[in-house]
Design a protein around this ligand. Structure first.
Ligand code: SAM
Length: 195
């Protein structure tokens, strides 16, 4: 079994929320098409999307932040097995407080859904001119479109936060955002050229 299949099987068995197949394939194609070189990922989990993005081609470099100890260690192990330690740098920290040096062509937000606005605001100063911010899980397993089926209070709150984030993107004058109905729902925000 290759490392990608191994990680997919591990994630399914252990309920690790890695990107859906359609979503990651779309993201990799996006990286290829736009010749993206430097990526900041917020939310590594076990390193699945970081490895998929870094294998688009040999010029891609990924810096990825993960706060969970066990997932961070597994991600390190997987990146080693994939022989990508020279192009994927893991940061073991809380993305809401850590400082990551450098600038990026793409910021990929895939961590705690309730904090998406904070992640966006914290890292967007490090986005290159004409860079992109991509956010995952904006459908949140269909609950965002069908909140009437939600019973739990916690889930209701989560969906409310995702809706607030969607409004934040729609009303953000510095970015144009397109919402793509693929995987679990992806938003692609492009920084407008400075006047
Ligand atoms: N991008 C991964 C993939 O597709 O392979 C999946 C990431 S998973 C959806 C989200 C991860 O973000 C979790 O492993 C969680 O521990 C991490 N996370 C959540 N909030 C975070 C934060 N504030 N800082 C760093 N990591 C965070």
């Amino acid at each position: 079994m290759n490392i990608i299949k191994e990680m997919e099987a591990y994630a399914q068995l252990n309920h690790i929320p890695i990107m859906e197949k359609a979503g990651i394939e779309y993201l990799c194609e996006f990286i290829r098409e736009h010749e993206i070189k430097r990526i900041l990922e917020i939310g590594t989990a076990i390193g699945y999307s970081a490895i998929r993005m870094a294998t688009v081609n040999e010029t891609v470099e990924v810096v990825s932040i993960e706060r969970d100890d066990q997932r961070y260690m597994l991600a390190q192990e997987n990146i080693g097995k994939a022989d990508l330690t020279d192009r994927i740098t893991l940061v073991h920290a809380d993305a809401l407080t850590c400082v990551v040096p450098g600038n990026f062509d793409l910021i990929f937000i895939d961590a705690a859904k309730a904090q998406y606005i904070k992640f966006f605001q914290r890292y967007e100063p490090q986005l290159n001119t004409n860079g992109w911010i991509i956010s995952d899980n904006l459908k949140f397993h269909g609950f965002v479109e069908h909140p009437e089926i939600i019973r739990s209070r916690h889930l209701k709150q989560m969906v409310r936060k995702i809706k607030t984030y969607i409004e934040f993107l729609e009303n953000n004058g510095n970015y144009d955002t397109e919402f793509i109905n693929i995987g679990d729902g992806v938003a692609i925000s492009r920084k407008k050229a400075e006047k």
